[in-house]
Design a protein around this ligand. Structure first.
Ligand code: HAM
Length: 450
């Protein structure tokens, strides 16, 4: 048997329905915030990520899926979305548009050769957004509050927003120097990775998971103390806007982020759920005012965020959030003989083109087995196509929730279904979002399993 590669996932069945529901919510929310969907290639020339994400990052040094194509070019499967979106922004000269800032969002798989574990995949999906062309602290606050709102709308309660500021280049450099000065005398106490980071990328020592509990980490300089006046004021403004928007946050100086491109605001969203495990950062982002210029574009400021789709799904499961996914069909058409089967072919086609979710039998099952199949599919209505009824231009429609049966004229069938079908599968009670087939709420509702 050929099995899937390590660190990848098949998403199917009810899980696939949940993915589709969450994607739909993301699309709807992004529309309200006026972000434009963008699709960029799965692979890009390797140089994009080396220059964009940073030569010294774990992602570029250890985790990229690199390959040489048949034309001898060095290619990389995208490990994240920001660099590709920025490349597209520059290549398509979108900086020349008048509608500034440009606001993009995406929902796509990324590839990182990491050690797989719960919540850590090699093919991971991220949904994220980028606001390119504004340095206003309000855009920082929007990028953060948007994340919080999506989680809130989906019903996820256990989240913690950790924010920090790395400041402008001057502040970042001063901080960098302070870190080197602090850690150099203790180099032997650091893990192997951090010893290397000390020269190349000392900021990353701060979020090292191996050295985290050591004394030298606790006494390490804090970003906030190295912000110059301008950076400090800017960070204050971001916090003010967050407060106006009612976003709860914690200022956490250990948030420095794993990618090189950040300055000023950086933030991470943590799943604050008991037993979630080590991979509890469900999203992260920050400002990257220099990336567009580094990649050959004009000097344009930007901020963005990306959420781990896979980790979000784990969080929703762990909190037992009941997503209102459709787990039923509108109508099952049953038949016995060939003439009735032909009518099923005709009617299913007609009804589907009129917007109904219709199934019929494709296995020449007995009538009893067709009823069972209709039940398995949670069909809201069934129609047994009977030749005699059809001659009279009518069908017997059974409502499988109320168990009532009615003879309906074929001319009135669409109207009848329109009038009698419940639009969605969500429990009718105000405070319950369960699917009617799974609902166990204590209210006096008329869900299926009552
Ligand atoms: P990142 O922190 O590398 O940032 O990834 C964002 C989120 O993707 C993480 O917080 C995590 O939830 C999820 N994630 C990362 N790696 C894995 C993995 N191996 N398996 C499962 N989930 C994973 C970025 O990618 C930046 N591009 C975010 C950004 C956008 N910054 C500015 N704009």
């Amino acid at each position: 048997m050929i099995t899937k590669p390590k660190g990848t996932k098949d998403i199917y069945g009810i899980e696939a329905k949940k993915w589709q529901y969450v994607s739909k919510v993301i699309d709807e929310v992004m529309e309200k915030y006026n972000y434009n969907f963008i699709r960029v290639p799965v692979f890009e020339v390797s140089e994009l990520f080396h220059r964009g994400v940073g030569e010294t990052t774990d992602i570029v040094t250890k985790e990229t899926y690199d390959f040489i194509d048949r034309g001898g070019r060095n290619m990389t499967l995208r490990p994240e979305g920001t660099a590709g979106v920025v490349r597209s922004f520059i290549e398509n000269k979108m900086y020349g548009n008048n509608d500034k800032p440009a606001k993009f969002y995406y929902n796509m798989p990324m590839y990182r050769y990491e050690r797989p574990q719960a919540g850590r995949l090699r093919e991971l999906t991220q949904f994220g957004w980028e606001i390119i062309g504004s340095d206003d602290p309000l855009s920082d606050a929007e990028a953060i509050s948007l994340a919080v709102n999506i989680y809130k709308i989906l019903g996820l309660k256990g989240i913690k927003v950790n924010i920090n500021s790395l400041g402008d280049s001057e502040s970042r450099n001063n901080y960098r120097e302070a870190l080197v000065k602090h850690f150099k005398p203790h180099i032997d106490e650091l893990c192997e990775d951090c010893r290397e980071r000390l020269e190349k990328n000392p900021l990353r020592i701060i979020d090292c998971k191996v050295d985290i509990d050591k004394e030298i980490m606790k006494t390490a300089p804090k970003t906030i103390d190295y912000l110059n006046e301008e950076s400090k004021n800017r960070f204050e403004k971001v916090k003010e806007y967050l407060e106006v928007m009612g976003v709860e946050y914690i200022v956490d100086p250990s948030v420095v982020r794993g990618l090189d491109y950040y300055n000023h605001t950086v933030f991470e969203v943590e799943a604050d759920i008991k037993g979630f495990g080590a991979q509890n950062v469900i999203g992260g982002g920050g400002r990257y005012n220099n990336m567009i210029e580094t990649l050959g574009g004009p000097s344009v400021p930007a901020i963005g965020f990306a959420a781990g789709f896979d980790r979000l799904m784990i969080a929703l499961d762990m909190e037992d959030v009941k997503l209102p996914v459709k787990n039923s069909i509108d109508l099952f058409l049953l038949y016995v003989n060939e003439d009735e089967k032909k009518y099923a072919a005709y009617l299913s086609n007609e009804l589907r083109m009129n917007g109904f979710i219709v199934e019929t039998d494709y296995l020449n099952r007995s009538l009893k087995a067709q009823f069972k199949q209709a039940d398995r599919l949670n069909s809201k209505f069934t129609i047994v196509l009977n030749s005699d009824d059809l001659k009279n231009n009518e069908v017997k429609v059974k409502n499988n929730i109320t168990k009532e049966e009615e003879m309906i004229s074929l001319d009135a069938l669409i109207y009848y279904l329109d009038e009698n079908l419940i639009d969605d599968d969500v429990c009718e009670c105000d405070d319950c979002t369960s699917n009617i087939h799974e609902c166990n709420c204590d209210n006096n509702c008329s869900c299926n399993n009552k």
